[in-house]
Design a protein around this ligand. Sequence first.
Ligand SMILES: NC(=O)c1ccc[n+]([C@@H]2O[C@H](COP(=O)([O-])OP(=O)(O)OC[C@H]3O[C@@H](n4cnc5c(N)ncnc54)[C@H](O)[C@@H]3O)[C@@H](O)[C@H]2O)c1
Length: 260
Amino acid sequence: MWNQRLFVGKRVLVTAGADGIGLEIARTFAAAGAKVLVCDVQQSALDRLAAATPEILGCLADVSNECDVSAMFDTLDQKLGGLDVLVNNAGVAGPTGGVETLSLVDWERTLAVNLTGQFLCVRSAIPRLRKSSDASIINLASAAGHLGMPGRSPYSASKWGVIGFTKTLAIELGAAGIRVNAILPGAVDGPRIRAVIAAKAEASGLPLEEVTRAYTSQASLGRMVTTADIANLVLFAASSLAGNISGQELVVDGNTQALS
Ligand SMILES: NC(=O)c1ccc[n+]([C@@H]2O[C@H](COP(=O)([O-])OP(=O)(O)OC[C@H]3O[C@@H](n4cnc5c(N)ncnc54)[C@H](O)[C@@H]3O)[C@@H](O)[C@H]2O)c1
């Protein structure tokens, strides 16, 4: 495999890595030889991770909480002794509904996790990444970070924000040799997207099957992507194979033309 052992000796932090896409990313880095620390807000998910994959280290932290992020980087220093790759994966779906129906609390929580969380982690990561000879930041955005997404305005706004943050960071950190890229997944098959589809069906009054069909047919390839698709792209973008790729929107969405 092209990615085999590409990350031996590298130190990788994956936020929200105890479940979902982050877990697949963490496992893929570990399989490629990296020392991996993940954080998560769910202790139960961290416990499952420790039992199933003890070589991946875990710590409890909410990326939107400044004190948690600071403590997480203390843990990172103790357990990994430095950082080569930061994967800002944590993100929440946010509320579903027309803008006029949304609460300020839900709007602010979505931005706090999806955008401010990346800011807090990047701010603490930069001094550590400056000491690495091959440093990279990967920010999880979404197809909703370059397309509009009716009914999901806080999510889409936060992910467009991730793109602006990524492109600006890539310029600011280029001279230090730190590459920064965004990954834009389309709908990823799994429990989270099924919950989003169910919420949309309920909000719109349409049958679940019809909303599911609308999700898959919006990609030219006619299917959702997998967590492995995302993890492989993250690994490539963070690797020396992508040594001259920075400031880019890397899309893995089956050629999604619109989001419903
Ligand atoms: N699932 C999709 O279809 C999809 C599509 C495009 C982009 N994305 C993006 O990919 C990333 C991962 O998505 P996912 O579907 O795996 O998410 P998920 O909802 O499955 O959550 C994964 C993990 O994130 C943790 N988490 C939630 N809030 C956190 C916080 N504040 N701090 C730390 N951990 C937190 C959860 O406890 C969970 O273990 C997100 O940024 C998401 O926006 C997902």
